[in-house]
Design a protein around this ligand. Structure first.
Ligand SMILES: *[C@@H]1O[C@H](CO)[C@@H](O)[C@H](O)[C@H]1NC(C)=O
Ligand SMILES: *[C@@H]1O[C@H](CO)[C@@H](O)[C@H](O)[C@H]1NC(C)=O
Ligand SMILES: *[C@@H]1O[C@H](CO)[C@@H](O)[C@H](O)[C@H]1NC(C)=O
Ligand SMILES: *[C@@H]1O[C@H](CO)[C@@H](O)[C@H](O)[C@H]1NC(C)=O
Length: 413
């Protein structure tokens, strides 16, 4: 080979390398620009910022400046500072005074140890660049990747192999539901790998399970990919097209309008329950304001967090057709074995109070705007040997169930 030929080859190789590198760096610049733009949309200027012990930053943002108002249909929106209507509780459990024989305690949020948001602002968990980088793309950040609604009535063996998601739930259907309430035992289940999660929540459902499912969801979750740690966090989710284009977790897209200045979506719940020791719980109520048509959410017995404007949900414009309560995990372990990600406390329902996780005082809001114990509660789980559910009825627990499990075990290989 002649010297010139060698040189030519070298030049071509060099050019190739330069162009590959240039392509790479311009695409990563693009990505970083896209991320910066997204972060600027999500993180509005703060009046005050509070550093939480778990590493979160909570920004106190003026109510009218929150991301919700970037929604084109909310440009002229008049903020509702309170619901015009509140469901009537036949048990009188709405007031904070309800006494339980068992020593379960209500909980708060970790960031509150380090400060409060001033009047006229709402606490918003700041989204960091790392949060977005853990998602597969800016577009999927804050969204569910798969259709994850348990569909009990048509769930057969086929569904098992199709979805990595597993549930242990109680549900009602076949009526008109104007809201739902429950007190949820709070745990910190172990997650086997970061792209899995474990949650306990209420689902408010309308439409069909095909393309147009409308869903409002609220509860607690552990999701390392979404939050970057294993903490138990308060969360909400909504979608109006079966998890395709609309909706997101918490305040990660415009939709939910927050009015409360004490509770932050996506922030860590503190403390959490421990096995055979102190039990902690949160109470969540979601209901439809019949006058405004908005879907409101309350945390505990005093914190009205805010609302999803009614127009977001065409199939919930009158009422919901199904309510579900319970746990969900995702099983992404690829070694042929079941994931050891826990649901609830990681213990089976049979173990009972202080060991297994529960939902108690399950209620629905009926057509006369009253909170009631639902009739005919059914249960559903894909693999009872991995995660199970057991319902019951008793005194001041009303309608309740224990649920959850360890995942991988000798009966769930
Ligand atoms: C660089 O990117 C352009 C457009 O995306 C593509 O056509 C070209 O093949 C790329 N070059 C290399 C060497 O990857
Ligand atoms: C960078 O972004 C612009 C506009 O969004 C796009 O036209 C271009 O193809 C992108 N370049 C690369 C290398 O991804
Ligand atoms: C908001 O109000 C302006 C002025 O009244 C009007 O032109 C616009 O169409 C309104 N936008 C929406 C989304 O209602
Ligand atoms: C989360 O828990 C897993 C084990 O369950 C552990 O390997 C991982 O390091 C934890 N992650 C963080 C951020 O603490």
């Amino acid at each position: 080979m002649g010297k010139t030929k060698e040189l030519k080859l070298l030049c071509i190789l060099l050019l190739f390398l330069v162009s590959v590198t240039a392509n790479r760096s311009s695409s990563s610049q693009n990505q970083s620009l896209e991320i910066q733009t997204h972060l600027k949309n999500l993180n509005k200027p703060a009046v005050r910022s509070i550093k939480s012990p778990d590493g979160d930053i909570i920004d106190c943002v003026r109510i009218a400046h929150q991301h919700a108002f970037d929604h084109p249909l909310l440009k002229n929106h008049t903020i509702q500072m309170r619901p015009t209507f509140y469901p009537e509780d036949l048990f009188g459990q709405n007031k904070a005074s309800s006494k339980s024989k068992q020593q379960s305690k209500p909980v708060s949020q970790l960031w509150q140890l380090n400060g409060r948001c001033p009047r006229g602002t709402v606490p918003i968990r700041r989204t960091k660049q790392d949060d977005v980088l853990r998602a597969s793309s800016v577009q999927t950040f804050g969204k569910k990747v798969l259709r994850t609604i348990p569909q009990p009535s048509s769930a057969g063996p086929n569904l098992l192999t199709q979805s990595a998601h597993q549930h242990a739930i109680a549900y009602v259907e076949g009526d008109k539901y104007y809201g739902a309430k429950a007190t949820i035992n709070v745990w910190e289940p172990k997650i086997q790998q970061p792209n899995e999660f474990s949650l306990s929540q209420i689902w408010i459902l309308g439409g069909s399970f095909g393309e147009d499912l409308n869903s409002i969801e609220a509860g607690w979750q552990v999701s390392p990919d979404l939050y970057g740690d294993n903490n138990t966090r308060l969360f909400t989710y909504w979608t109006s097209d079966a998890y395709q284009a609309t909706g997101c977790y918490n305040l990660l897209c415009s939709g939910f309008i927050q009015i409360n200045r004490q509770i932050a979506m996506g922030a860590s719940i503190y403390p959490v329950s421990s096995y055979r020791s102190s039990q902690y719980e949160i109470t969540i109520l979601v209901w439809k304001d019949p006058e405004e048509g908005n879907w409101w959410m309350q945390f505990g017995n005093e914190h009205v967090l805010g609302y999803w404007p009614g127009f977001l949900f065409p199939y919930l414009s009158d009422s919901a057709s199904m309510i579900e309560w319970g746990g969900e995990i995702v099983n992404f372990v690829s070694d042929g074995q079941h994931t050891s990600t826990q649901m609830g406390s990681g213990h089976f329902p049979q173990e009972g109070y202080g060991r297994a996780s529960y939902f108690k005082n399950i209620q629905i809001v009926d057509g006369s705007n009253k909170l009631r114990i639902p009739k005919a509660i059914a249960t559903f789980t894909e693999q009872a040997k991995c995660y199970d559910v057991k319902t019951g009825k008793a005194g001041n627990w009303g309608s309740y169930f224990y649920f959850g499990g360890p995942g991988r075990n000798p009966d769930c290989p």
